[in-house]
Design a protein around this ligand. Sequence first.
Ligand SMILES: [Mg+2]
Length: 204
Amino acid sequence: MYIVCSDLEGVFTPEIWISVASHTGISELKLTTRDISDYNVLMKRRLEILRNNNLSLHLIQHVISSLKPLPGAAAFIAWLRQRAQLVVVSDTFVEFASPLMEKLGHPTLFCNHLTVDHLGNITDYNLRQENGKMRVVESLQNLNYKVIAVGDSYNDISMIRQADTGILFKPPKKVTDDNSDLPVVHSYDELKDFILEFIDNGSL
Ligand SMILES: [Mg+2]
C-alpha cells in the first residue's frame, strides 16, 4: 500500500506569503522557510508585520482566492490519485489553503490553523503538532503504508528523510546544496516517473 505525502506551496501552488507580499507591497512578507529555516521565528515575524499594517484575515483570503495552482498541478494530482493515496502535508493554515484546495480537487490536507479575533485580525497561529510533517509520515508507516514524500524546501527535509523514499521538487539551489544526497526532479513528468518506479518495483 502506497501513500504520497506532498508539500503544498512550491509543489502544487505558488508561495502564499510571497503573493500576499506582492499584493500588499510589503516586501518583508516575501520571507519564506527558504530564507528563515526556523518556522516559529518566521511566523512570529509575519504576524507582527500583519499587525503593524492592519492586514486582516479577510484581506489575505481575498489575495489567496485570486491565486491559481501551478500549471499542471491539478492534472498531476488527478493522475496520482488513480495510482496511490495522496495526503497534502503543509505548514500553511486551513484558513489560507481552502480556496486553493478547491482548485486542486480537494485532496486530503493536513496542516495548521490560525487564531482570529472578532475583528478578523490574526492574533496567533497553532501548530497541529511539533515537527508535524515528519510525524505524519511516521504515523502512516505505523499503519503499514509505504510513504513517498515530496517537497521543495527546508521544512520538508525531515519528512523526506523519514519516508520510505522521498524527493525534492524544483528546490532552490541552497536547499539542494545543503542536501546533496537527496534526489531532485524539476517537472511533474519526472515526478511521475520517480513515483511509478517506486511503485512498480514493489519497493523495499
Ligand atoms: Mg514548499
